[in-house]
Write a protein that binds this ligand. Structure first.
Ligand code: ZN
Length: 368
């Protein structure tokens, strides 16, 4: 009798924490400075079950949609030890795939884990001097810098290695990627998240006004439109941002959602040539930056692409010209673009075997 009452009490407490995570996920997901589209993931460990955000779901919708996948924590931890793919058991199931970062959530011992693509954190995480710069800003916190590795098992292994000698670690800065904060409950994790955000905050650089006359000429063509957010124009009008982006890819979501090269046009480009180059072709980029004039968006640009473009602009506006940056290497970009929409290379291979032996591995990539 006593045991069942205790079990009920535990279940109620678990339920409350579970709902707190959904509520926190929705709020974090609705903040474009923390999460853009389907990126970011949250989890909670309750009575031996790891509840983790499903791949491809938007945290912002956490209160309206089921998006937390229940996994046996011990099984996931065993998979990580053996190096077997956690997703493989879900390969035949078309419903919810656990997030690509499930292994990382499992190796962190804290009950609540929040992984976000914080604009401020990324602006530090792309700098070669990031670890040194953060020493002072994060002083007093239990934090670690994890140099860039691919998402999934490689990242989980690096995190496991980094926290092994310091299990109290509850803040991770992921090089060229983002931020992780942890806590024993949602309230503590959220409080820590805002503390870190405050410490990492950078004031964005001001940028010159867009040239509406030049952009209006492009707007006359049907497939292009003005952005609804003014700050996006910075990619065209701000010389420092242009220079930074010419250097290459700063973090995975940039390459996945916006392509590997910056669609930048010189201001004097003849419009007819512009249209020939960019209108109608399948390879038309979702946006175009016109040097010194601003940015125009393709009509068909998806919400996910818009959210990621907003993020990219915010990161570059927080990065100084004089700072040395670490761009993703060619091999790192090839690796991340070779994965399927859930980020699991192995699942693609399994699905291909089931579908058609002639399909190429890169087909269907970047379908998020
Ligand atoms: Zn991430």
């Amino acid at each position: 009798m006593k045991n069942s009452a205790q079990a009920r009490l535990l279940a109620t407490r678990d339920e409350r924490e579970f709902m707190s995570l959904r509520d926190l996920s929705a709020r974090v997901g609705a903040d474009p400075f923390l999460v853009q589209a389907s990126n970011g993931n949250t989890s909670i460990k309750l009575s031996g079950i790891l509840w983790i955000k499903a791949s491809g779901k938007w945290l912002a919708h956490a209160m309206q949609e089921e998006m937390l996948v229940p996994l046996e924590l011990a099984e996931v931890q065993e998979s990580v030890q053996k190096g077997t793919n956690i997703a493989s058991q879900y390969a035949q199931n078309n419903d919810l795939y656990p997030s690509i970062e499930t292994a990382m959530h499992a190796v962190l011992r804290h009950r609540v884990v929040l992984h976000v693509h914080s604009i401020n954190a990324i602006a530090w995480a792309i700098r070669l001097d990031g670890p040194d710069q953060l020493k002072e800003r994060l002083a007093g916190l239990h934090w670690r810098w994890i140099p860039y590795v691919a998402s999934g098992m490689p990242l989980a292994r690096e995190v496991e290695k980094a926290v092994a000698p310091a299990p109290e670690t509850d803040v991770l800065i992921l090089g060229n990627h983002g931020l992780v904060v942890c806590g024993p409950d949602c309230y503590t994790a959220e409080t820590l998240l805002w503390d870190v955000e405050r410490r990492l905050a950078i004031i964005p650089r001001r940028f010159p006004e867009p040239n509406a006359t030049v952009l209006a000429m492009i707007a006359r063509f049907t497939r292009w439109q003005f952005p609804d957010v003014d700050s996006l124009h910075a990619l065209g009008t701000d010389a420092v941002s242009r220079k930074i982006l010419k250097g290459g890819v700063l973090y995975p979501c940039q390459a996945i959602f916006l392509g590997t090269t910056m669609p930048l046009l010189p201001p004097a480009l003849v419009l007819s040539k512009f249209m020939k180059r960019l209108n109608g072709s399948d390879r038309t980029p979702p946006f175009v930056a016109v040097e010194r004039s601003g940015v125009m968006l393709r009509e068909k640009m998806t919400r996910a692409e818009r959210a990621n473009l907003f993020g990219l602009v915010q990161v570059t506006q927080r990065t100084e010209e004089s700072v040395a940056l670490r761009y993703l290497k060619e091999a790192e970009i090839t690796d991340l673009l070779g994965k399927d929409e859930h980020g699991y290379k192995e699942v693609v291979v399994m699905k291909q075997k089931a579908d058609s032996p002639r399909r190429g591995i890169t087909e269907g990539v970047v379908a998020r």
